[in-house]
Design a protein around this ligand. Structure first.
Ligand SMILES: NC(=O)NC1=NC(=O)NC1=O
Length: 172
């Protein structure tokens, strides 16, 4: 979709197209639609980033809770969204050894017990080693810091998902 076409979408179509750029969070798309027309893809990304940043603490935590665990129950059951399936596959999370899987599962559980929301990282920008290191490191942080870190990762995931939808003019 070119940005000009994006700007022609009514709210229902916009939500249909962008409803999962923030995982399981149609609200983000529904909320930013009223900012159209978008000058370019960066403007669209910035608008969603601003929406996420403006959420109260509980809202930020809620967005993180809408994310499936990496190599978690849903992944193992093959019930991830299309986007998450591709992202987790690209990080090699579908080829974990039994040891890696039990380590990741254990760390994810520790993280969730400590913070009350799942560990979120952009899987397209981190291979499994970086994910395991990131999880080990971030487990040591405070809740406030981790809420912000998680939202920053959500923005990266979102930017890449939008790039799959909106063709930048250069690629005409
Ligand atoms: N908990 C997560 O970080 N989940 C995910 N990150 C991604 O990039 N895709 C996911 O499903």
């Amino acid at each position: 979709l070119a940005i000009a076409e994006v700007n022609k979408l009514d709210s229902e179509e916009f939500i249909e197209v962008f409803g999962n750029v923030v995982e399981n969070c149609k609200l983000a798309a529904a909320a930013v639609w009223s900012h159209k027309p978008f000058q370019d893809v960066d403007h669209l990304n910035q608008t969603i980033a601003d929406f996420l940043d403006a959420l109260p603490q509980k809202g930020k935590e809620g967005v993180l809770r809408c994310h499936p665990d990496l190599a978690g129950r849903l992944a193992q059951a093959g019930q991830l969204t299309t986007e998450s399936t591709q992202e987790q596959k690209s990080a090699g999370l579908d080829q974990l050894t039994q040891d890696e899987l039990s380590t990741l599962t254990d760390l994810n559980q520790q993280y969730k017990v400590k913070f009350g929301f799942p560990f979120v990282i952009c899987a397209r920008l981190n291979k499994k080693a970086a994910i395991l290191n990131g999880l080990t490191e971030r487990l040591k942080h405070g809740a406030e810091e981790e809420t912000l870190a998680g939202v920053e990762e959500v923005k990266k995931i979102c930017r890449l998902r939008i790039a799959d939808i909106v063709t930048s003019e250069a690629k005409l």
